[in-house]
Design a protein around this ligand. Structure first.
Ligand SMILES: C[S@@+](CC[C@H](N)C(=O)[O-])C[C@H]1O[C@@H](n2cnc3c(N)ncnc32)[C@H](O)[C@@H]1O
Length: 269
């Protein structure tokens, strides 16, 4: 089965195989998903019952990290790669609520995210947003597109939230992050959230193996040291690399809620 574009023309995207953007939409209670996505989402929940709580906590981490960087560190530019289908508290909404002049470039390689991109381009008159249909593995077009909207002489927060797990070691995820961070100036930030192989290890391994049978994109879990390596050479913002809800929680009791995602933010010296 293939969804068609509004003109009834060529198939826009394949709906017979689960795609992570749409599976994530199921976990978040959205409506932009198809039976194959719902089956994969449910299989993951059966293997890892904390899945939905963990996904929600990752979204909340995304919002808190943007708010902290905008409010506490004065960051006004964001490059959010692996954006996902628009949901509550997208990066530009959080950043522009703090500073209306904030500029945000989004990038994702899934056609359904592209189909929803208009919802990400609703910036107020002072700020700016842009959307790039691009693959994280190909950094040159992302940086070229981002340069049209962002000033690379001023700090930029590079957001890689729940996306690096789709880059296998063979595709050099550490090299990709290095290329992105080499392009931004001192005072820029890297934000990463990544599923753990060393939290609820057996449930996580079961979840990943079920998703890898059903989903177009394959998941690669990493342990804390493997995620920490993305931040090599940068200064971690307090409290360092922790489970998502432990990162600057709004209420102390939130820190103990379920999450299997190593999450952190760091400043490029
Ligand atoms: C789990 S969702 C996370 C969405 C959002 N960052 C969040 O935290 O809610 C992962 C997103 O990364 C995108 N993605 C996966 N591999 C990608 C790649 N190689 N290049 C760009 N985007 C990718 C998917 O299409 C999906 O929208």
């Amino acid at each position: 089965m293939a969804a068609r574009d509004a003109s009834g023309g060529a198939p826009a995207f394949d709906t017979s195989v689960a795609h992570i953007a749409r599976v994530q939409d199921c976990w978040l209670g959205g409506k932009d998903n198809f039976p194959a996505d719902r089956i994969a989402a449910q299989q993951a929940i059966e293997a890892m019952p904390d899945m939905v709580a963990s996904v929600r906590n990752t979204r909340a981490f995304l919002a808190r990290s943007v708010r902290h960087l905008a409010e506490g560190e004065g960051v006004r530019q964001f490059l959010d790669i692996g954006t996902g289908i628009p949901a509550a508290n997208n990066t530009h909404e959080v950043a522009q609520a703090v500073a209306p002049e904030s500029r945000v470039v989004y990038a994702d390689n899934d056609p359904i995210v592209l189909a929803h991109a208009r919802a990400l381009l609703t910036s107020g008159p002072q700020g700016a947003t842009a959307y790039l249909d691009a693959d994280l593995r190909d950094t040159a077009p992302i940086l070229e597109g981002a340069r049209r909207v962002l000033d690379f002489e001023r700090p930029i927060a590079v957001m890689l939230v729940a996306v690096l797990q789709y880059i296998p070691d063979e595709d050099d995820p550490y090299g990709i992050v290095e290329e992105l961070m080499a392009a931004v100036p001192s005072g820029s930030y890297l934000v990463v959230s990544h599923p753990a192989s060393d939290i609820q290890a057996s449930a996580m391994a079961g979840m990943a193996s079920r998703l890898n049978e059903l989903m177009a994109q394959k998941v690669r879990l990493r342990d804390r040291a493997g995620v920490a390596r993305f931040f090599d050479g940068f200064d971690l913002v307090e409290p360092g690399l922790v489970r998502a809800p432990e990162w600057r929680p709004d209420r102390p009791e939130d820190a103990a809620t379920p999450s299997t995602m190593w999450s952190g933010a760091a400043r490029k010296p």
